[in-house]
Design a protein around this ligand. Structure first.
Ligand code: BG6
Length: 295
């Protein structure tokens, strides 16, 4: 039995989800959604009348201290292997930590969940030992006709720190081989597969393993299902990461079904590498992303 110290509107329930982990479920006239407190991890968002927008692997682990494969992993305070040698695990500790639900409200069917994580919450979480800085992170998720996620980080310590961040969203597509991402033409990107820097020519299409960090603050449009596009609009993010593992890499991942690579694409709202955020004591920074389904 899971209980909440926060008062919940009728559209929000706290339950035991996969693996017995606490999950917040949202059901309103506008949308349904789901968020695991482990990782403050959105695993589902379906606007009423639409197909599910968010992808989660059928082989994902659901266990304390394990990353969920799919949904919206929160990458913080580093991205991938990070910028210094020896950082682990990949993508930082935020997606492995148990976040606190601090508020749940329903404004005419738009449900907002607010979650918090500070230095005091991360003892024993893998990777926490690499982060000696006092911080307060607030993650705000609004489930409605659109999905809006915002990560605010405040430096509550006495010294400057620098961090990378990504909202690592997995979007469901019918087939990656006929999916395109528009809005990135003409921007430069780091190709993490080849190590080269290149310029995007036209829309992004997929013919093999794709792992790119684009220098783009613009809206991306993902056309990956018949008759439907997903608009990804961002605030305070200058990188868009586009990822699909393709066949061999997905087969090598134990928490990723061998044939599932055809049904997903990650389009990530991020500030990483040279675009990491520097925060002086007392400063804060908020990065957000909005997802909207269009016909
Ligand atoms: C992407 C990275 O954001 O995440 C890839 O650019 C990485 O390099 C992918 O493989 C998945 O990461 P993980 O740690 O969830 O397997």
């Amino acid at each position: 039995m899971v209980s909440s110290s926060v008062s919940l509107p009728a559209s929000v329930t706290l339950a035991e989800g996969e693996g017995g982990l606490p999950v917040v479920r949202v059901q309103t006239s506008l949308a349904s959604g789901e968020l695991y407190l482990n990782g403050a991890h959105v695993t589902s968002w379906t606007p009423t009348g639409s197909q599910p927008v968010i992808w989660v692997s059928g082989s994902s682990e659901f266990a304390p201290g394990k990353a969920i494969r799919g949904g919206i992993p929160l990458c913080f305070p580093w991205f991938g292997p990070g910028r210094e040698p020896g950082l682990a695990p990949a993508h930082g500790f935020a997606r492995l930590a148990l976040w606190r639900l601090v508020e749940a409200r329903d404004d005419d069917g738009e449900v907002t969940l607010v979650l918090g994580l500070t230095q005091a919450d991360i003892h024993g979480v893998p990777g926490a030992g690499h982060w000696p800085h006092s911080f307060s992170a607030t993650y705000t998720v609004t489930f409605a006709r659109d999905l809006i996620v915002a990560l605010r980080v405040e430096n509550t310590g006495e010294e400057m720190f620098s961090y990378e961040e990504a909202l690592h969203t997995y979007l469901a597509v019918t087939d990656i081989r006929s999916t395109s991402v528009q809005g990135l033409a003409g921007t430069t990107y780091l190709d993490k597969v080849s190590g080269a820097v290149a310029s995007q020519d036209g829309d992004v299409s997929f013919t093999g393993e794709t792992d790119r960090v684009y220098n783009s603050a613009c809206t991306a449009v993902v056309t990956g299902a018949p008759g439907r596009s997903v608009l990804v609009t961002k605030v305070n993010s200058v990188n868009t990461v586009v990822w699909n593992p393709w066949m061999a890499k997905s087969a090598a991942m134990p928490d990723f079904g061998d044939d599932e690579w055809t049904g997903m694409v990650c389009v990530e709202t991020a500030n990483v590498l040279d675009d990491a955020i520097d925060l002086a004591p007392g400063e804060s920074h908020t990065m957000s992303s909005r997802y909207a389904v269009t016909d």
